[in-house]
Each structure stands twice: as structure tokens, then as C-alpha cells.
Design a protein around this ligand. Structure first.
Ligand code: PEP
Length: 240
């Protein structure tokens, strides 16, 4: 049985007070039933230490949203894997489309970051996905296969999560058709050697569409941006 993971990506949102308020409301609203999925909160670096003290075990894990490929050095403004370990991050998002688009991250850089995370025993959530232009040009499979080939060089597939995030569905309210998301995730699974990898869908996931997404056989969870910022909507997604 593949592990299901529901992860939130807070991006550049929330102060310490807002994060604590979120956590207390989230905890109050989580269902008391058997947990269907592991929960991961990928928060800004500034909140990792605070939240790690407030989680107290349970089924909520902490993640970061970026990692540098080097362990230390003259990289002003960057955060290394050992620093993330120090702050109790167990997961890290790598290769999010916003990092690729605004910060010039290539598949080669993404590959180095995945390897750095694994070196520190942090589980990378590797994001792949196509633009609208690539989809319209019929290049989805080609783009995804290339991203995977280049990002997975020398990667330990036993310690990895993949998120299929069509870029045109991120933050737009336009969810990918669930059957299509299921199909692409099936293609991703054909590409990896470890068939037990958790492969998530991400892109405008909400309390309304979560059940339909989670019933797809290839989809092992979700990476949620906007709807993870509100503890009520995120708890609805977790309690799907
Ligand atoms: C994301 O940022 O990874 C994401 C999927 O965002 P949203 O849920 O807002 O589309």
C-alpha cells in the first residue's frame, strides 16, 4: 500500500502569531477518525522552529519550501540541509514551479537539491509539471519525462515524494481534470524505478474537489497551496 500524503505549501505567508493561530484551529477541526494520510506543513523557514515545538509528534510533519545544494559556504541568503535538520524539517519541496519561474531553477539545480535533501535524510517533494503552452502543444508527456530524467540522476528513489503540478492549475482555480491527472501520474509511475513512491497531485485543490481527486487510483495525495492557508479549508481537505 502506497503512503498517502496531504501537504500544504504556505509559500511566503504567515507571521509567527498567525501560524500558531492556524495550528490551534487546525487541531480543533481534525477528525478523530483513523488517519487516511500523513499531513505535512511546508512553511517559511522563519516558522520551522516555532512550529516544531508546537506540533508534539502526531501525524503532522514539518517541511520547508527550499534547500540549498551545498552543506555550507558563501551563499548569502540561502539555507542548507543541516540547518533544516536543526529546525526539525522532515520534508522539503524542491523544484516548485515558482522557484523554476522566478528564481531560475533548472532541472540540474533541482537534481542537486534533491540529492542534498536526501543526504540530510530530509524527504524531498519533487515538483514536476507542464505550462499551458506545453499542454496545448501536446508536449505534456515529453516535458514530464525530461524533468524526471534530469531531476532523478543519482537519486535514491526510496526516499522521495513526487508531486505532479500542472503549472496552469497552480493558484488559478482551474483544476486539472481528475482522470487526466490520474493518467499523467500513471505515466510518472512508469518512469520511476521504485513503484511504491507517493505521487501527489497539486493545482487548485479545494475542499470541494478533494474527494474526487483522492478516489483516483494513481493519486496518492495532494500538495495544496491557497487552500492550506485557512485552517478550516485545510482541515476539510484532510478530513475528506
Ligand atoms: C502549489 O503552490 O503547489 C499549489 C498547488 O497551489 P494552489 O493549491 O494554490 O494551486
Amino acid at each position: 500500500m502506497r503512503k498517502k500524503i496531504i501537504a500544504g505549501n504556505w509559500k511566503m505567508h504567515k507571521t509567527q502569531a498567525e501560524a500558531l493561530e492556524f495550528l490551534s484551529v487546525l487541531k480543533l477541526n481534525l477528525a478523530n477518525t483513523t488517519e487516511k494520510a500523513d499531513i505535512v506543513l511546508c512553511v517559511p523557514f522563519t516558522l520551522l522552529s516555532l512550529l516544531s515545538k508546537s506540533l508534539h509528534g502526531g501525524n503532522i510533519h514539518l517541511g520547508a519550501q527550499n534547500i540549498h545544494w551545498a552543506n555550507e559556504g558563501a551563499f548569502t541568503g540561502e539555507i542548507s540541509g543541516s540547518m533544516l535538520v536543526d529546525l526539525n524539517a522532515n520534508y522539503v519541496i524542491v523544484g516548485h514551479s515558482e522557484r523554476r519561474q522566478y528564481f531560475g531553477e533548472t532541472d540540474k539545480i533541482v537534481n542537486e537539491k534533491v540529492i542534498a535533501a536526501q543526504y540530510h535524510k530530509i524527504k524531498p517533494i519533487l515538483c514536476v509539471g507542464e505550462t499551458k503552452k506545453q499542454r496545448d502543444a501536446g508536449e505534456v508527456e515529453k516535458v514530464i519525462v525530461k524533468q524526471l530524467e534530469q531531476s532523478l540522476v543519482n537519486v535514491d528513489q526510496g526516499n522521495l515524494v513526487i508531486a505532479y503540478e500542472p503549472i496552469w492549475a497552480i493558484g488559478t482555480g482551474e483544476t486539472c481534470n481528475v482522470l487526466e491527472a490520474n493518467r499523467i501520474i500513471g505515466i510518472i509511475r512508469e518512469q520511476v524505478t521504485n513503484k511504491g513512491i507517493t505521487i501527489q497531485y497539486g493545482g487548485s485543490v479545494t475542499p470541494k474537489n478533494i474527494s474526487e481527486i483522492m478516489t483516483q487510483p494513481n493519486i496518492d495525495g495532494v500538495l495544496v497551496g491557497g487552500a492550506s492557508l485557512n485552517p478550516l479549508s485545510f482541515s476539510e481537505i484532510i478530513n475528506y
